[in-house]
Design a protein around this ligand. Structure first.
Ligand code: C2E
Ligand code: CA
Ligand code: CA
Ligand code: CA
Length: 279
């Protein structure tokens, strides 16, 4: 029934209610999820374009909700960013990724770098430096086995302060990547100012690159420019042999995507870190 008198109900169209209810349910569930260990990490390999070898992994969060089942990060990360709870989630992810990587190293497995996604919010609120330092200390992982993935949104405000923070982290030995590059607001011009280790080219640039001349020449130009600034290029979302071949021809440094591997649970990723025994 629609109440026209005071107009209140007009804003709450009946078909929106289930959406709002679901949003509240997820938002309220996040805190409990952290308390009750409902989060876990999957790890997606990054492949060296030159050697074809595994050269790093990206930690990606998974939420197993007791009633809703697996909730994809695209559904709850934006909610957590809105509410500020993302700061807690970032810390948990960072700690768990470092703990796991250190445990693999201690078990004699291949030493590789783990990348963790950090919300732009962490550069404005909370204390990113303190968080990183205390979790590195707690887990004992050396900083050069850690990489942080940040999006261009980080550079929307207080750019000088953000650059200071990044310089501090890089001096510790931590690598910094720009994630989803090309989808946000940062200009190529701005890139020059940023003390970044590598640029992750968004999947939208890779998709269909083999048959789209315009796209491939844009990507070629971006890669040349990034290289001229002494940064590496990682191609994201490589799904076909054709895309992989193209990315190699264009001199991408690292490749990531379903063609090589989906994100894997820790136990499956571990198998890829077993070193050949010296006989
Ligand atoms: P992202 O950081 O850009 O991560 C890449 C996403 O693309 C992942 O989705 C990954 O599973 C997917 N992907 C990888 N290769 C391919 C491919 O070849 N084809 C296609 N179609 N997709 C591919 P996922 O795990 O669902 O994560 C989605 C987004 O959620 C991430 O995008 C990131 O923005 C956010 N996210 C995930 N985990 C975390 C986290 O621990 N912390 C934060 N702050 N954000 C996270
Ligand atoms: Ca990422
Ligand atoms: Ca990305
Ligand atoms: Ca993304």
């Amino acid at each position: 029934a629609k109440e026209e008198g005071d107009g209140c109900y007009r804003f709450f169209k009946p078909n929106l209610l289930p959406l709002i209810a679901e949003k509240m349910r997820l938002e309220n569930g996040l805190y409990k999820a952290l308390q009750e260990n409902q989060f876990s990490l999957h790890y997606q390999p990054k492949i060296s374009a030159a050697s074809g070898e595994l050269c790093g992994i990206e930690a990606l969060i998974r939420w197993k909700h007791p009633e809703l089942g697996l909730v994809p990060p695209d559904k709850f990360i934006p909610l957590a960013e809105e509410s500020g709870f993302i700061l807690e989630i970032d810390r948990w992810v960072f700690r768990e990724a470092c703990r796991q990587n250190k445990a693999w190293q201690d078990a004699g497995l291949k030493k590789i770098s783990v990348s963790v996604n950090i919300s732009a919010r962490h550069f404005y609120q909370g204390n990113l430096k303190e968080m990183i330092l205390s979790e590195l200390k707690a887990t004992g992982l050396e900083p050069h086995y850690v990489s942080l993935e940040i999006t261009e949104g980080v550079f929307m405000r207080n750019i000088d302060q953000v650059i200071d923070t990044i310089l501090y982290l890089r001096n510790l030995g931590i690598q910094i990547s720009i994630d989803d590059f090309g989808t946000g607001y940062s200009s190529l011009n701005q890139l020059q100012r940023l003390p970044i280790s590598d640029v992750k080219l968004d999947r939208s640039f890779i998709q269909g690159i083999t048959s789209d001349d315009k796209k491939s020449s844009i990507v070629r130009a971006i890669i040349e420019l990034v290289h001229s600034m002494n940064m590496k290029v990682v191609a994201e979302g490589v799904e076909t042999e054709g895309e992989s071949r193209f990315c190699k021809e264009l001199k991408c440094d690292e490749l990531q995507g379903y063609l090589f591997s989906r994100p894997l649970p820790a136990a499956e990723l571990e198998a890829l870190l077993v070193q050949p025994k010296n006989v």
